[in-house]
Structure formats: structure tokens, C-alpha cells
Design a protein around this ligand. Structure first.
Ligand code: SAH
Length: 286
């Protein structure tokens, strides 16, 4: 892997902070990330934020077709240079949050049917959550995403009930997929060096979702409301959200085996679902 600083000066580039440009400068980590993707030769892969191409040519060498989506036109020359000799890679200069990723794969590779695909990327940390939710909510054909993100966010993704990191992000991601924390990456592996440590995680969408819920929007509204009042008991949170008096709420929580003094961070996703369904059955949830 060419030295990041040398490449930047060769192409007269300076890293843009607003695009979260912290380029990976450690080839071993690059290879490790790609191993975690578990690529097969017939895989379609999307890379988010290829930058100078730390991962891009290696990814292209391991899959059938690669579509790399980069917002910064300035990266075009170094990327084209890095991708000489890998005709199966295509570049798309666009904002990954506004393009329809699945249509772009079809268009790029002239496919009538969209195959399942994988995503890989050392992504811009300032838009980690929007990227994750856009993948989970708008890409039904996604089979696996391996992402390098801020370690702190990775901790929230894998948090267990009762911990300070457990929250709306944990539950929302858990709703869609299995999360695996793969490895921690030191800030010394990047140029410029970020202020925070990083981690590589994989997200594997669950076919048919983990839980069935009649009113998904209500579930998410309820969870959001609870975590906005994280220090309040579930008794108070339910009473406020469902407009029910505490005696009625206590009956429902008791029936679900949830302690009245439990806090939002103590409940599993499945318990949130059961609470929302119980109030809905009573016809009072609105
Ligand atoms: N993968 C490269 C670069 C990581 S830095 C490496 O590991 O070295 C993050 C990259 O994401 C930068 O290249 C940045 O320009 C790009 N990026 C930032 N916002 C983006 C967006 N909305 N859509 C696509 N790419 C984006």
C-alpha cells in the first residue's frame, strides 16, 4: 500500500475533515477487513468511501464486481490509478446517503435481477448511523456489511441490556441484523490520525426480521420516547406514552414479567415489542 502522505502530495490533495477523511495506512488491517467480508469469487460488493483506494483494489481482486461509491471527485485520479488492472471495479462519484444503492448496482453492471450483495467500507464516522440505517432499511438484498466505524459506536451496537451503551441504536440495529464486533483498530493506523479509536463490525441482516410487530412505527416511537427519558422507570414511561394510569400499566408490566422500576436500558427488544402489542390489544395505544 502506497504511503498515504506521498499519495496526497502526488495528487495535490489535502484530507477533507467534513467528509471524514482519515485514510487507512496499515496494509495488514486492510487485509484483515477484507478477510472479515468472507468474499466468494461470484460476490457483488459495494465499497462505501473508497478514498485513495486502501481497500478497493484488494476487494476488486476478490469478488465478481465491485462498485465503489465516493463523494469526493478529488479521489478520482488516485482511485483510477489504484484500479488499473481490475476491470471489474466501477467508480460512482455520489453521496452514498442520497443514491439508491441497489438501483446503482443494477445499472453499473447491467443486471436485470439484483443479486444479493455485500458492503465493505472504512466509512466517514460523522455519518455512521445514517449509513447503517440506509443499508438496513433500503437494501433488502444486502447479505453482509463489514464496516470500520468509531469504536464508541461499535460498543453501542453490541451493548448488552443494563450497560450505559445500551440504547435506541442498539435496539434499532438489533431489530434488523446480527452484529459482530470483529476487532479494535488503533488511531495510529490512519492518516490523518482521528481523535478516536476505531473498530470493525459486521452486520448480517436477518431474513424476515428478528421480531414480528404489527405497528413498527409505534414500536420505534415508543423506544425513542423511553430512551429520551432514560432515567425514568418503565412504569412512568409507559404511563406517559400510552396515556394510561399507573394501575393499568402495572397490570400489563406484571403480566409481561417486567419490574415496575425497570429502566429503559434493562429491557430486551422482544420486551418492547410485547409492551407495544399489549397496549395495542387493549385498544388504547392511540
Ligand atoms: N476507505 C478509505 C477512506 C476512508 S475515509 C480508507 O480506508 O483509506 C472516508 C471516505 O468516505 C473518504 O474518502 C470520504 O471522501 C468518503 N465519504 C465521505 N462522505 C461520503 C458520502 N456521503 N458518500 C460517499 N463517500 C463519502
Amino acid at each position: 500500500m502506497a504511503n498515504v502522505r506521498q499519495m496526497l502530495s502526488q495528487f495535490h490533495l489535502a484530507p477533507h475533515k467534513r467528509w471524514g477523511q482519515n485514510f487507512l495506512s496499515d496494509e495488514n488491517i486492510a487485509r484483515k477487513i477484507i478477510e472479515y467480508c468472507r468474499l466468494e469469487p461470484d460476490d457483488y460488493v459495494v465499497e462505501i468511501g473508497p478514498g485513495l483506494g486502501a481497500l478497493t483494489p484488494i476487494l476488486a481482486g476478490r469478488c465478481q464486481q465491485l462498485l465503489a461509491i465516493e463523494i469526493d471527485r478529488g479521489m478520482e485520479m488516485p482511485l483510477r490509478e489504484a484500479l488499473k488492472g481490475t476491470p471489474n471495479a466501477q467508480l460512482l462519484f455520489a453521496d452514498v446517503l442520497t443514491v439508491d444503492i441497489e438501483s446503482q448496482i443494477k445499472a453499473a453492471f447491467q443486471l436485470d435481477e439484483l443479486p444479493s450483495f455485500k458492503v465493505c467500507g472504512n466509512i466517514p464516522y460523522n455519518i455512521t448511523s445514517p449509513i447503517i440505517f440506509s443499508l438496513l432499511e433500503s437494501c433488502p438484498r444486502l447479505s453482509r456489511a463489514v464496516l470500520m466505524i468509531q469504536k464508541e459506536v461499535a460498543e453501542r451496537l453490541r451493548a448488552k441490556p443494563g450497560s450505559k451503551d445500551y440504547g435506541l441504536l442498539t435496539l434499532s440495529v438489533r431489530y434488523h441484523c446480527d452484529v459482530e464486533y470483529l476487532t479494535t483498530v488503533s488511531k495510529h493506523c490512519f492518516y490523518p490520525r482521528p481523535e478516536v479509536e476505531s473498530a470493525v463490525v459486521s452486520l448480517t441482516p436477518i431474513a424476515g426480521k428478528r421480531v414480528k410487530v404489527a405497528d413498527e412505527a409505534k414500536l420505534f416511537d415508543f423506544m425513542r420516547a423511553c430512551f429520551q427519558k432514560r432515567r425514568k422507570t418503565m412504569l412512568n414511561n409507559c404511563s406517559r406514552f400510552f396515556f394510561r394510569n399507573k394501575e393499568e400499566v402495572a397490570l400489563i408490566l406484571d403480566r409481561e414479567g417486567i419490574a415496575l422500576e425497570a429502566r429503559p436500558e434493562n429491557l430486551l427488544l422482544e420486551q418492547y415489542v410485547r409492551i407495544v402489542e399489549s397496549f395495542a390489544v387493549q385498544g388504547v395505544a392511540d
